[in-house]
Every structure is written in structure tokens, then in C-alpha cells.
Design a protein around this ligand. Structure first.
Ligand SMILES: Cc1cc2nc3c(=O)[nH]c(=O)nc-3n(C[C@H](O)[C@H](O)[C@H](O)COP(=O)(O)OP(=O)(O)OC[C@H]3O[C@@H](n4cnc5c(N)ncnc54)[C@H](O)[C@@H]3O)c2cc1C
Length: 392
């Protein structure tokens, strides 16, 4: 077992950190206030090969492992969680193609994403459904070799600027997960309507829109997963992208901790820096230990995916744990800043607003706990003898 980053990973971390400090941090507050989409920053990330992190080398991508991608997004998120979400969204949108696309689709779409500055979004959620993916209503009707899509998707990150969206839709809502298929939708297709940006509590620079689909014809070559396979593809995608949410949360919490250390050493109360008081020291110690634990769980979940292992459980653990750490650390950071923490003068209130999203998107914290408890209650093998007779 080895907990040390390789020389390449250290170099990648340095590159991502320099990008975050140079291109992201100076504009983080501006984009948060204006709620504009930072297209210029996203384009620079593409120019520096930091946009399509998971696209394999054979399709022109950097071919980074998921662990490498987590190292990159922790750095970008520590400068601005909203911009990090938008930068990583190409990974989320492309992952169903990486996992489930045929060779022609990979050559065509993945190569294009790398060569040209193109955005790809991901859409399972709908206005009346987020957690319960199997109950989606967006309808896919077969018409010869093609499909016709009708319905509405909601909360679609980067959707307003996307060139493509991987859309999940059902041939029959009654069939639940067995009816779900997946499609590559070109947003220029007739019948696609990209909604206006939806204002948010935090991560305001990431674009969030509804997507309307009215008689959108999907050519044969853009069918990504047949009915029944789409649900599995969505779940496999989440297992590969949830560790990155863990890394976002770690980056966000790390910055809140760093600002807290700084402030605690400078702010004086009762004649001494507040960092001299044990209650404040304890808060900072807890921040550091929780961030360290969240990062290790994130790395483990990413590493398992990179080994080709089933990381469904570890990715849920990492996402749930790291999201809670980000929420707790940013809350405590505001406390350390006192009244100033509550003002927009200092960056901790933004990180606090940004952190909340980690407990919601890509499966809420409750859903992650359902995944974990299902394993613990049904499949976990006890090490010690059972109390009485083993059930089942
Ligand atoms: C800013 C933002 C960006 C997003 N980006 C995307 C995107 O790009 N693509 C996309 O497809 N989706 C996206 N989403 C949608 C996101 O994945 C959903 O919001 C999320 O999965 C929760 O779904 P919901 O909002 O419908 O809540 P619901 O599913 O309605 O849940 C409401 C509450 O009930 C709880 N709950 C639900 N079921 C259970 C249960 N069985 N047991 C216990 N508690 C339960 C939930 O945890 C939650 O607390 C985004 C959301 C946001 C806010």
C-alpha cells in the first residue's frame, strides 16, 4: 500500500493549482455575483488540457485516471467550487460514452470534444424526479431505426452552453429501470430547447438550466444504450463521477480551513489572537483531520475505479463523507470569522453556500446512505461470530 502521489501526479497537481490560482481564483467572486457562465475560464481549461480529464489517449484525451482527475478538481474547486463543477461537467457528460459508447461514437464524439472546444452535459433529472431515476418520464419512442424524444429535463449543468447532452429517457415509465435508454443529443437538433439559467444559492457560476425535448429525432448512430441498459449506464457513470464530487468537497473545505487558519492567527480578542484559544484550535484540528479523511476516502474510491473494481460502495461513502465535511468545515469557518464570516467581504460565506450542493447533486446524502446501508445490512460479512443464529 502506498499513500504517496507519483511524480507525474505531483506535477499534475502543481499544474492544476497554478491554473486555479492564475485563472479561477481572481474571477471567482465576480462570477458568483453576476451568475454569468465563465466560458472564458472553461475555454482556458480546455486549452490547457484540463477539461476532458477522463477521455482516453486513443481518442486524443489526456487519459488521466480517476485519481488524477480528483487531484485536478480538488485544486480547481479550492479556487471556486462553481467553476470546478462546470469544468468537470464535460467528464460527467462524456462518461456514459466512455463507458458505454461504441467505437464509432467514441471516435466521433470524444475526439471532437478534445479537438474543438465543445461542451457536453448529462441529463437524468426532471422537474418531478431526481433521486428516483427509474421513475423518469421523458419518453423515447422507437421509429424504425431511430428514436423520438419528448419530455423535460431539469437542473442540467452547463446545459445552456452544451453542444451535446447525454440524455436518459424511457420507452415506458411503467417499466421503471428496465425501460430506460440513453442517447447522445446534439443540442442543435430540431425540437431541443435550452432554458434560461436558473438562479441558485451557491455555485452560481455553474450554468443550470431546463432542457425541453419536443419530437427530437435521434439518429441510429446516437443511440447510446438500449432500453434497460440506460439505467445501469447511469449508475456506472455516477460510480465514476461521485469520487470527483468528494474531491470538489475536499477542495472547498480545504480553502475554508486555510482562510480560518489565517484569520485565527490575525484576529485578536481579549488581547490575544483567537488562534491562541483552545476552542478555536480544536475547530481547526477537526477541520484538518476531517479533510484528510475525506481525501483518503475519495482517493480510495477513485483508485478502485481505476483498478476496474466495482466502486459503487466506496464512491457513495466518499461522496457522502466529503460532502458533510465540506458543509461542517465551511460552517465552522464562518464561526471562526465571527460577524465577518457572515458578510460577503470574506470568501467563507461563498464557500458555505457552494458546499451545500455537494449534499444534493449526483445523488443526495440520503441516497448515498441508502446505498451504504443496503450493503451493510445485506452483504457485509461479519468478522466476529453472529449473536445467535445467522439470519437468512
Ligand atoms: C445545481 C444543481 C445541478 C445539477 N446538475 C444536474 C445535471 O447536470 N444533470 C442531472 O441529471 N441532474 C442534475 N441535478 C439534479 C440532482 O441530481 C437532483 O437534484 C438530486 O438527485 C436530487 O433530486 P431532487 O432534487 O429531485 O430531490 P428528491 O429526489 O425529490 O428528494 C427530495 C428529498 O427527499 C430525499 N429522498 C428522496 N428519496 C428518498 C428515500 N428513498 N429515502 C430517504 N430520503 C429520500 C432526498 O434525499 C432529498 O432530501 C442538479 C441539481 C442541482 C441542484
Amino acid at each position: 500500500m502506498d499513500f504517496i502521489l507519483t511524480e507525474q501526479q505531483k506535477a499534475l497537481q502543481k499544474k492544476a493549482r497554478e491554473f486555479a490560482i492564475r485563472e479561477v481564483l481572481p474571477v471567482a467572486q465576480k462570477y458568483d455575483e453576476s451568475e454569468e457562465f465563465p466560458l472564458d475560464v472553461i475555454k482556458k481549461a480546455w486549452e490547457e488540457n484540463l477539461l476532458n480529464l477522463g477521455i482516453p489517449k486513443e481518442y486524443g484525451g489526456p487519459g488521466y485516471s480517476l485519481l488524477d482527475a480528483c487531484i485536478v478538481v480538488e485544486e480547481i474547486s479550492s479556487a471556486c467550487p462553481g467553476i470546478a463543477t462546470s469544468v468537470f461537467d464535460n467528464n460527467l457528460g462524456a462518461e456514459p460514452i466512455v463507458i458505454g459508447g461504441n467505437e464509432e461514437q467514441k471516435q466521433r464524439i470524444l475526439t471532437e470534444l478534445v479537438k474543438k472546444f465543445k461542451l457536453i452535459a448529462f441529463a437524468t433529472s426532471e422537474p418531478a424526479m431526481g433521486s428516483d431515476v427509474a421513475s423518469m418520464k421523458c419518453h423515447a419512442e422507437k421509429d424504425g431505426d431511430e428514436y423520438i424524444l419528448n419530455g423535460n429535463k431539469f437542473w442540467i449543468t452547463n446545459g445552456g452552453y452544451a453542444d451535446y447532452i447525454t440524455v436518459f429517457a424511457t420507452i415506458d415509465p411503467e417499466k421503471k429501470h428496465k425501460g430506460i435508454a440513453a442517447f447522445i443529443v446534439d443540442t442543435k437538433s430540431e425540437g431541443v430547447r435550452l432554458g434560461k439559467h436558473i438562479p441558485k444559492l451557491g455555485q452560481r457560476s455553474s450554468n443550470t438550466v431546463s432542457v425541453g425535448l419536443k419530437d427530437v429525432r435521434i439518429p441510429k448512430e446516437n443511440i447510446l444504450a438500449k432500453p434497460g441498459r440506460g439505467f445501469v449506464l447511469a449508475m456506472q457513470t455516477f460510480a465514476h463521477t461521485r469520487p470527483a464530487i468528494g474531491a470538489f468537497a475536499v477542495g472547498c473545505a480545504r480553502s475554508a480551513m486555510e482562510y480560518s487558519i489565517d484569520y485565527a492567527q490575525k484576529r485578536e480578542a481579549f488581547g490575544r489572537p483567537i488562534g491562541n484559544y483552545q476552542v478555536i484550535q480544536e475547530k481547526i484540528a477537526n477541520m484538518y483531520k476531517d479533510i484528510e479523511a475525506a481525501r483518503l476516502l475519495t482517493y480510495k474510491a477513485a483508485w478502485e475505479a481505476d483498478q476496474g473494481m466495482d466502486n459503487n460502495l466506496s464512491s457513495s461513502i466518499a461522496k457522502a463523507f466529503a460532502s458533510d465535511v465540506a458543509m461542517n468545515v465551511t460552517t465552522e469557518a464562518i464561526q471562526i470569522f465571527g460577524g465577518y464570516g457572515y458578510l460577503r467581504t470574506y470568501p467563507v460565506e461563498k464557500l458555505f453556500r457552494d458546499a451545500k450542493l455537494y449534499q444534493i447533486y449526483e445523488g443526495t446524502s440520503e441516497i448515498q446512505r441508502i446505498v451504504i446501508s443496503r450493503f451493510v445490512m445485506k452483504r457485509y460479512e461479519h468478522a466476529m461470530p453472529y449473536l445467535g443464529k445467522k439470519r437468512g
